[in-house]
Design a protein around this ligand. Structure first.
Ligand SMILES: Cc1cc2nc3c(=O)[nH]c(=O)nc-3n(C[C@H](O)[C@H](O)[C@H](O)COP(=O)(O)O)c2cc1C
Length: 224
């Protein structure tokens, strides 16, 4: 049984969030299957990260003994975030589309954790997260499905596939509810049924993915 999850929410919404509601479906099903499971939950809106800073970057090229107070502080934050990632048997990330890409909260988290040589492998080698499951739950206000006029404007799903599949070699499932603004935003009333169906399909896929995650075995431990 997969016992330990890292759950990241990235929307700015604190109430009525579409993406958080979908992440909650995963959590509910996994908790039913795996009641002893443990979770580290980061809400990047209520507990925001700073942008990656110069101190964190420069500290990589200086021996620890020579670190400035700023380099020590930034490296401590980076160690904490990378430690959470390495400890997790699986990852659950929820994100709304913001301006055709990830919310900046999630980009900040990625900038902190995607450190070359620790999380990102050098060259063609496998990184420490290779093979681990990551479930990405996305919500789009509009519709970017194949054949839709705005299909090519979706830089969110392809970007996260580059990160988690191509760069990290993780076992990725991207599950998306589209047209969440249908019925709420002007000019989208004719899309309400399509949006409702997209949400139903997403919830079903998330339930299946959560059950599959619960069925995976073996606690992973990796050195930070
Ligand atoms: C700042 C901002 C930017 C957005 N940009 C887009 C966008 O580019 N494309 C889109 O389809 N929806 C966009 N939306 C709509 C959200 O993606 C959509 O409402 C989503 O379901 C919100 O999820 P949440 O409730 O978890 O925040 C945007 C919403 C906000 C607040």
């Amino acid at each position: 049984m997969a016992q330990h999850l890292l759950h990241i929410d990235s929307t700015a919404a604190t109430r009525g969030s579409d993406s958080k509601q979908l992440a909650a479906v995963f959590r509910r099903v996994w908790a039913e299957e795996c009641p002893a499971g443990t979770v580290v939950h980061r809400d990047l809106a209520t507990d925001p990260l700073p942008h990656l800073d110069e101190a964190a970057i420069s500290a990589q090229f200086v021996p620890k003994e020579g670190w400035s107070p700023e380099q020590r502080a930034s490296s401590a934050l980076r160690d904490e975030l990378i430690g959470e990632l390495l400890e997790a048997e699986g990852l659950l990330i929820s994100a709304p589309m913001y301006n055709w890409n990830v919310p900046s909260t999630l980009k900040a988290w990625l900038d902190w954790v995607l450190q070359q040589g620790r999380i990102l492998p050098y060259g063609d080698g496998a990184g420490p997260l290779a093979g681990r499951p990551v479930t990405v739950v996305l919500t789009y206000g509009g519709g970017y499905m194949p054949g839709a006029p705005l299909e090519k404007w979706d830089h969110l799903d392809p970007y996260l596939r580059t990160v988690f599949t191509d760069a990290l070699g993780m076992d990725l499932a991207v599950i998306t509810a589209q047209l969440t603004l249908a019925g709420r935003a002007p000019g989208m009333d004719h899309l309400v049924e399509l949006g409702r169906q997209s949400r139903i399909d997403a919830e079903k896929a998330i339930e299946e993915r959560a059950r599959r995650f619960a069925g995976l075995g073996g606690r992973v431990t990796a050195a930070v």
